[in-house]
Design a protein. Structure first.
Length: 85
């Protein structure tokens, strides 16, 4: 455990950020799974809605720095290709 006051604060910040990052990544995974489920169901409207929610969660994660911008872009591109097949 840290002894210096600034190190204690840094530890608290790291714990808080880690928790937020994990929640964000879980949200991305959940939305991607919902999107893939709607792809299998075959409903175009539902699939487009779920794709929009995936895009939103990826963009937010990239904006906050949880994932990199190019990673978000690559994932969005791959998901969009699946809907066009």
């Amino acid at each position: 455990m840290p002894k210096i006051k600034s190190a204690k604060k840094a530890l608290r910040q790291n714990v808080r950020r880690k928790k937020l990052n994990l929640e964000t990544k879980k949200k991305i995974r959940r939305s991607v799974k919902a999107y893939q489920g709607s792809l299998k169901a075959g409903s175009k409207e539902e699939t487009k809605k779920s794709l929009a929610s995936v895009y939103q969660s990826l963009d937010k994660a990239a904006k906050r720095g949880t994932i990199k911008k190019n990673t978000a872009s690559r994932l969005k591109s791959r998901l969009a290709r699946k809907i066009n097949k």
